[in-house]
Ligand binder design. Structure first.
Ligand code: FPP
Length: 237
């Protein structure tokens, strides 16, 4: 597994980790087993991203809509996240991976909120920054940002005419993080599902026919090569 030398990976890759449930169903396993295999795929891909020099990796781990799943499934995903973060906090310096969280974390358990706060506060300028989208929705993010901007206007910090795209970006969960050049959705679905609505304005989407637990570094290479084949013009000629 290697990218040809003339291919530089994108600075920021975002992934919708989809297909865990189907992967489990195909094997007659509970959905939670699919998420556990999905968490393994995430580790594999985060390590690979670090090895090829991707600076930011943003993953959709739990959406604002995912609360509709059974209590058992939600608890299973939360357990996996907690376990992962506990290990990541322990090995942070060795792994040189730091963390940010995009989403409304106030709905998560106090333990998970504390882990997220700890991980963010101990994050330094490591090789890779992983952005976990947790209780995240693109529309929710925009509404949340608009509400905060309105509050700042009411408090006299801004005038409404001061709002530009650049200013608004600083009100989003992703403030300070460059937009992703490449967004990958495995599992065969071809939707954006409320992921990074603002940040994806000029992103290249690559949809792939592989379920997330089966996703390997070779699939990532394939997506990066596809991204390079496309001619990115940003609305120009
Ligand atoms: C979508 O697949 C996946 C999720 C809603 C959860 C993603 C969570 C993980 C991979 C575990 C998180 C933990 C870490 C450490 C990253 P789906 O369940 O919608 O699959 P389906 O479409 O086949 O039903």
């Amino acid at each position: 597994m290697a990218l040809p030398e003339n291919i530089t990976p994108p600075n920021h890759i975002a992934i919708i980790m989809d297909g865990n449930g189907r992967w489990a169903k195909q094997r007659g396993l509970p959905r939670t087993a699919g998420h556990a295999a999905g968490a393994e795929a995430f580790r594999r891909i985060a390590n690979y991203c670090r090895s090829i020099g991707v600076r930011y990796l943003t993953v959709y781990a739990f959406s604002t809509e995912n609360w509709k799943r059974s209590a058992e499934e939600v608890a299973g995903i939360m357990r996996l996240l907690r376990r992962y973060l506990e290990e990541a906090l322990r090995d942070m310096e060795k792994n040189r991976v730091c963390f940010r969280f995009f989403g409304d974390l106030t709905k998560l358990s106090p333990e998970l909120q504390a882990l997220c706060a700890d991980a963010e506060s101990r994050s330094q300028d490591y090789d890779v920054q992983v952005n976990f989208c947790l209780n995240y929705g693109g529309r929710d993010e925009i509404v949340h940002g608009a509400r905060q901007f309105a509050a700042d206007v009411a408090a006299g910090k801004f005038r409404s005419e001061d709002l530009t795209e650049e200013v608004f970006s600083t009100y989003l969960y992703s403030r300070g993080v460059p937009d992703p050049e490449l967004i990958i959705r495995p599992s065969g679905e071809q939707r954006t599902s409320n992921f990074l609505l603002w940040q994806s304005a000029y992103s290249e989407y690559v949809f792939m026919n592989v379920l997330w637990p089966d996703f390997t570094p070779e699939h990532l290479d394939q997506a990066i090569k596809e991204y390079h084949r496309r001619n990115r013009r940003f609305g120009g000629t």
